[in-house]
Design a protein around this ligand. Structure first.
Ligand SMILES: *Cc1c(COP(=O)(O)O)cnc(C)c1O
Length: 405
């Protein structure tokens, strides 16, 4: 289609900077171009757009190249991410796939050593099939990147906090090292755990920030989406080219659901985070080893605080015994046993048995990923109910120092 007609720009336009505080901006969607003054951005459920004449093409021609519902959610997300350009695709992994297509055979990626499982899988695939090597480093030690930076470095892929070990990466320092030494390299941050409400990597020195929109941005576990934000319009244009060429742009209905979901990001996150802080304190007081950047005991508490406006709503803790952990997970009634996070409902999981099971056991051991680790992803239920349910599960599992009846 776009081979015949000039390709539809369908670009998210460069945005006006944020004018209000985040919670206001996130619920205020610009729909001023709507011909009927619709209060909610409509779903343009169409594959094609008619043209005025044989040579005159309108703004949109074909939904792979651009669709008004997708453009609206992209413009809105660019605003809240502080990006020059935002792009939405069919999943978080789809977002990383688009970004890694900027890397040519023979170039290199530097990434953390506690990455999301799917990210590891994609990087292994690139190493095998595209001759793109990834060096894994301990991103809690910023200097550990220095020996690997070279003129081959194309992407530096960071997460902070990591998941499930909740390790913190110094995004400004690593970005500075990369930009000073490798002008051709891009610093890319997977910001899924924090959401743009709590942390905006582009303001911290990164060139690209991406999210699994499946998590906090949409917030209800009812769609899959990936979101990419570029600081530089020309990088945004290169990414858009890949999306149009490969056809992974988010469909109109899912774009609409994402736009609907993201409006409540700030209220959801405030509630989820406040409850998570209560639960982290509760578990720590019982003597468990709790991984959560909101606890003063977290070794990188200050660093996390300097980059973000809150600790988020995901924590993990160790019980010291895999059997006990299994009984806790299975003993909860309100917490669903599920992978993923960012939903309004609370979730519990054992990463080594679930989300991270695809990482071979010896590598899990190398990365000191404890087999007994339990991850909690706190939702918006009443925190007293969440605590009571957790307590009865700890009790049944024999994990409480002084069991209650
Ligand atoms: C879920 C997740 C992804 C992948 O996103 P999908 O939407 O599942 O493809 C990437 N990074 C992190 C940190 C995630 O939690």
């Amino acid at each position: 289609m776009t081979d015949i007609l000039p390709s539809s720009p369908a670009a998210s336009v460069v945005n006006a900077p944020r004018r209000y505080r985040f919670a206001t901006e996130v619920v205020t969607v610009d729909n001023s171009d709507d011909p009927h003054n619709a209060a909610s951005v409509p779903i343009y459920q169409t594959a094609t757009f008619k043209q005025k004449g044989a040579t005159a093409s309108g703004e949109y021609d074909y939904s792979r190249s651009g669709n008004p519902t997708r453009t609206h959610v992209e413009n809105h997300l660019a605003k809240i991410m502080g990006a020059e350009r935002a792009l939405v695709v069919t999943s978080g992994m789809g977002a990383l796939d688009v970004i890694t297509r900027l890397v040519r055979s023979g170039e290199e990626i530097i990434a953390g050593d506690d990455l999301y499982g799917g990210t590891n899988r994609l990087l292994s695939f690139l190493a095998k099939s595209q001759n793109v090597k990834t060096h894994h480093i301990d991103t809690t030690q910023s200097d550990s990147i220095l020996p690997f930076l070279s003129d081959k470095t194309r992407l530096v892929l960071l997460e902070s906090p990591t998941n499930p070990l909740i390790k913190i990466t110094d995004i400004p320092t690593i970005s500075k090292y990369v930009h000073e030494r490798c002008p051709n390299a891009l610093v890319v941050v997977d910001n899924t755990m924090m959401s743009p409400y709590l942390q905006r990597p582009l303001e911290l020195g990164a060139d690209i920030s991406y999210h699994s929109g499946t998590k906090y941005l949409s917030g209800h576990h009812d769609l899959m989406a990936g979101v990419i934000g570029a600081k530089d319009a020309s990088v945004g244009e290169e990414l858009y080219y890949v999306i149009n060429a490969t056809g992974c742009g988010l469909g109109p209905f899912d774009s609409w659901l994402l736009l609907r979901g993201v409006k409540t990001l700030a209220v959801r996150m405030d509630k989820q985070q406040a409850s998570c802080i209560r639960i982290a304190d509760y578990l720590e007081a019982l003597g468990f080893k709790v991984h959560f950047p909101g606890l003063l005991s977290h070794p990188q508490y200050e660093l996390h605080k300097s980059m973000s406006s809150g600790p988020g709503a995901v924590l993990s803790f160790e019980t010291g015994d895999t059997g006990i952990s299994e009984r806790i997970v299975e003993g909860t009634k309100l917490w669903s046993i599920s992978v993923s996070f960012g939903c309004v409902n609370s979730l519990i999981s054992m990463p080594c048995r679930m989300s991270h099971a695809s990482i071979p056991a010896h590598i899990r051991a190398e990365r000191s990923l404890p087999e007994d680790l339990i991850r909690l992803c706190v939702g918006i239920e009443d925190v007293e109910d969440l605590l009571e349910d957790l307590e009865q599960a700890l009790n049944i599992a024999g994990a409480l120092p002084t069991p209650t009846k």
